[in-house]
Design a protein around this ligand. Structure first.
Ligand SMILES: Nc1ncnc2c1ncn2[C@@H]1O[C@H](COP(=O)(O)OP(=O)(O)OP(=O)(O)O)[C@@H](O)[C@H]1O
Length: 450
């Protein structure tokens, strides 16, 4: 039995009971809640290590919005508690969204008991390791790369192209639109542009348009004066004014409603903002960078996004490529995160076995670099030995690539990579390990471009 308090939250009592029966023999305490509204009180009065949370609480509604709502609430109340989401089979987009919002993992319905138990045990161990470090395990995704001040890494031709674009566009005043799937590094691209621009010593102000409510939009972006509305007890500077002279990064721009798009466009055209309740406009000089995972052209066609706003944002477009399309970067990033988390969790000597490397290279990474980062962190925490094996990475069957495992050549390549790594790059010693001559090893290294 694992020591650990599990809380299951699901409004379906049959599911709740079934989960309870499976988990009770495995963990020291298993509690259940069928009404998520009781979560705040429960969390204040009980000690919980891991929460297993259903995505949908309204009968017949499968948007996952309630699950995401409660996930966000939990992260506000108890950021350190890992939350494992239960999602409907095939709902990978929702699962990826949940990971982005801070969920530590997800299980698919109908669940496999052993897999579910393993997932929760891992989450308990992650929680315990992070508690030992005295650090927050529930850091939000938006801040995870600030913690280690990560540079945008990549050696694939797709990323080299991105670097070239950044270099060219950074010194100009051009507005930039960064597109790409979740977790592809759009925010890092925006940071790199700002860092290499003439505005680098002025602020880079980020606003997540997906997280900002319709009612708060104006006060958040334009600011307000004292007394403008009931809660406006003091003057507040809006994000646009704070970004004056620097860069304004608007993330998830595709989430902006049409009326708010019109307001934003007016600011960009007039280069002025009027704080709520003020009667005089304030002039601003901002460089605008926007990011989205939506197809804005299609949204324009459907009448959901203003074409004139798109033109204004879209002077230069940078496409952040999905990780599955840049295989060379997968291992590079995996090694980087391995080193980073190895240091963080005091497991500096960890390496990836050739087979593990192959497994992560072949996976489709729907959550892109963010998902890779999570996977490595988890594997580091759970690692017992010094070499991470394929079993240390649990990918969901629905999102796993269906290709056959490895060809002979790929096996050879990964064995050579592993031998080189284990021998610290020493060719003679790697050749001895592989049972081939040094010359043969040189030829193969050349052949595989290692
Ligand atoms: N090329 C990269 N090199 C190093 N780390 C990366 C890279 N791309 C992404 N990451 C890491 O992946 C995570 C997600 O990156 P980021 O927030 O920039 O992605 P995003 O595309 O803006 O995501 P979203 O659309 O979900 O907001 C961060 O932890 C970031 O450090």
């Amino acid at each position: 039995m694992t020591s650990g308090n599990i809380l299951i939250v699901d409004d379906n009592r049959t599911v709740l009971r079934a989960l309870e029966l499976v988990l009770q023999p495995e963990f020291s305490k298993v509690s259940t809640l069928s009404n998520p509204n009781r979560l705040p009180f429960f969390l204040q009065t009980n000690s919980v290590d891991v929460i297993l949370l259903d995505m949908n609480f309204v009968a017949g509604v499968n948007t996952g919005n309630e699950g995401i709502f409660w996930l966000t609430e939990i992260k506000k109340m108890k950021p350190d508690i890992p939350v494992v989401m239960i999602t409907a089979f095939g709902d990978v987009d929702l699962a990826v969204k949940a990971l982005k919002m801070g969920a530590s993992d997800f299980v698919l319905k109908p669940w496999d008991n052993n897999r579910l138990i393993d997932t929760l045990k891992s989450a308990v161990r992650v929680r315990q390791s992070q508690e030992k470090l005295g650090k927050s395990a529930g850091k939000t995704e938006k801040s995870d790369h600030k913690e280690d001040n990560v540079e945008l890494l990549g050696q694939s031709s797709a990323m080299k192209y991105v670097f070239r674009l950044i270099e060219k566009v950074a010194p100009t005043k051009a507005n930039v639109l960064i597109t790409g799937e979740n977790g592809t590094g759009k925010e890092l691209v925006a940071q790199a542009i700002h860092r290499h621009s003439e505005r680098a010593n002025k602020p880079l102000v980020s606003v997540d348009m997906g997280a900002i409510s319709e009612t708060l939009f104006e006060s958040e972006l334009f600011g307000h004066v004292k007394g403008a509305f009931t809660d406006a007890r003091v003057d507040r500077e809006g994000k646009i004014i704070i970004a004056n002279g620097g860069t304004l990064f608007l993330d998830e721009i595709g989430n902006l409603s049409l009326p708010l798009q019109a307001k934003l466009l007016a600011v960009l055209e007039n280069r002025q903002v009027i704080p709520v309740g003020a009667n005089r406009p304030v002039s601003v000089d901002i460089r605008l960078i926007c990011a989205t995972n939506c197809n804005l052209e299609a949204m324009v066609e459907e009448g959901k996004f203003r074409e004139d706003l798109l033109f204004r944002m879209n002077t230069i477009r940078i496409e952040a490529p999905p990780l599955r399309e840049r295989e060379e970067d997968i291992v590079l990033l995996a090694k980087h995160f391995l080193e980073f988390y190895g240091e963080k969790y005091h497991k500096q000597h960890l390496t990836l076995s050739g087979m593990a490397r192959e497994k992560i290279r072949r996976y489709s990474w729907p959550g892109n670099v963010r998902e890779l980062r999570h996977a490595i962190e988890k594997a580091v925490i759970l690692a017992d030995g010094e070499v991470l094996q394929p079993e240390d990475f649990h990918f969901r069957p629905v999102i796993e690539q269906e290709e056959a495992p490895t060809t002979l050549e790929e096996m050879e390549r990964s064995m050579i990579e592993q031998a080189l790594e284990e021998s610290g790059g020493n060719m003679s010693s790697a050749a001895t390990r592989l049972g081939i001559t040094r010359q043969t090893l040189y030829n193969k290294v050349k052949k595989y471009g290692l």
